[in-house]
Write a new protein. Structure first.
Length: 425
């Protein structure tokens, strides 16, 4: 096995997770940043990050980092960190295709003594059951004899400028005690918050997948409470503020649960649980409830429109926000699309406005073309679906100006004072 000072690092996948990590390591040591998307590589070489996670000045500080889409350039590396996405398919089953392809790529350049570290979210056991066989097949090498592995779950929070890769504590693990020590030491070069060395790869995998499962269930509880309180004509936010005065009350809020983590990770755990003969009741119940919130929002909006005698069939509604969270261009698994689709069932014309997202990406991923600017005095309904700072800065008066003389303003994100909107979640 290689010594720490001899490590030549390659990071496979330069998205929200891989790029910040590559930049931090690139300030300390030689790093190859690899991505199969040549246009992404071209942009990064010019100092432009479309995910907005890393500023161009910060990229310049990583003077030992090179970007490439050429597989042969990986041959000089001896430690690989895999940071590719792990989505779910249309049946809500784990899609490990990016992991398999990354493992195939690495397997073709893997050498004796090399280490492969996975950061992508998986279910417990996936690294050793799914990825290692691909590495062995493509390299002809034997696991824990010729090469070694590790797992260190990513904890990137897209759009969060306070909690960055360096100041979030990092869980590490290795396939042997020696590999675990080396991997832990490697991450400690850049993680100022320190590391937690897990006892095994499976423990580290499980820790990652339950972090977001726990959040998912907590939000599901609050979403269900919001539905109950709405039926009782009680302001949910007022209830949560009152309950939040107790020292150990958790400050969750209702809303749409999307993104690449909270809306996805629980399905990785439930998939594994079902494969070993256990049906996870609570986790799946939380997922069903959170996945139903888009339809619930539309039902509330339509009822309010009808009460105001606004003709629903052929109405025009503006959705403010398409990204899965505020102040971030990330469209992965955004549940705002559920609202768009559900409104279409009522034959309502929908316009989407989001200054953060790429129009081309929205068209490619969801067939939605966001408007450049919403029109004044044009909408029968306005839904503030994402809490972007631009929307907050607009203020209720300017948002109301977008609506017709009679319209419904639905504030999903508590961006406006309670008395200023017609509906809140």
């Amino acid at each position: 096995m290689h010594k720490l000072e001899d490590i030549k690092l390659a990071i496979i996948g330069l998205g929200y997770v891989g790029l910040p990590l590559a930049v931090e390591f690139g300030k300390k040591r030689s790093v190859i940043g690899f991505d199969i998307n040549q246009s992404r590589i071209d942009a990064l070489r010019k100092g432009h990050d479309s995910t907005l996670e890393v500023e161009s000045d910060e990229m310049k500080e990583a003077d030992q980092l090179i970007f490439t889409a050429t597989i042969t350039e990986l041959e000089s590396a001896n430690v690989y960190i895999v940071t590719v996405p792990t989505p779910i398919d249309e049946h809500k089953q784990p899609d490990l295709t990016p992991l398999y392809k990354a493992s195939e790529t690495i397997g073709k350049t893997l050498k004796h003594g090399d280490i492969v570290i996975y950061e992508s979210t998986v279910y417990p056991g996936a690294t050793e059951e799914e990825c290692i066989p691909v590495l062995e097949k493509n390299s002809g090498l034997k696991y824990n004899i010729d090469f070694f592995a590790g797992y260190s779950p990513e904890r990137i929070n897209p759009g969060d400028k306070e909690h960055r890769v360096t100041n979030i504590k990092k869980v590490t693990s290795g396939s042997t005690p020696e590999a675990a020590e080396l991997i832990d030491a490697l991450y400690n070069e850049v993680i100022t918050a320190g590391t937690h060395k897990a006892s095994s790869i499976k423990v580290a995998e499980a820790a990652k997948v339950i972090e977001n499962t726990q959040r998912d269930l907590n939000i599901a509880l609050i979403n269900e409470l919001a539905v109950i309180f709405n039926k009782m004509d009680i302001d949910t936010e007022a209830v949560l503020q009152a309950a939040g005065t107790k020292w150990n009350f958790l400050p969750f809020r209702p809303g749409l649960v999307g993104g690449h983590c909270i809306g996805v990770d629980p399905y990785y755990l439930t998939h594994k649980a079902q494969s070993i003969g256990y049906h996870p009741e609570i986790i799946l119940a939380g997922r069903r409830l959170n996945d139903s919130m888009g339809a619930y929002v539309v039902s509330q909006l339509v009822k309010c429109m009808m009460k105001k005698r606004i003709h629903v069939d052929g109405a025009k509604v503006l959705i403010m926000g398409l990204a899965f969270k505020e102040n971030c261009p990330d469209l992965r698994n955004t549940r705002v699309v559920d609202i768009v689709k559900e409104l279409g069932e009522y034959n309502i014309e929908v316009e989407v406005y989001d200054p953060w997202v790429s129009i081309a990406e929205a068209e490619h991923e969801y067939g939605i073309t966001p408007v450049i600017e919403p029109s004044i005095n044009s909408y029968d309904g306005i839904v503030v679906a994402v809490g972007h700072s631009q929307f907050k800065a607009l203020g209720v008066e300017n948002i109301r100006k977008l609506g017709k003389s009679e319209h419904v303003l639905y504030d999903l994100k508590y961006l406006l004072p309670a008395e200023e909107s017609d509906l809140r979640l």
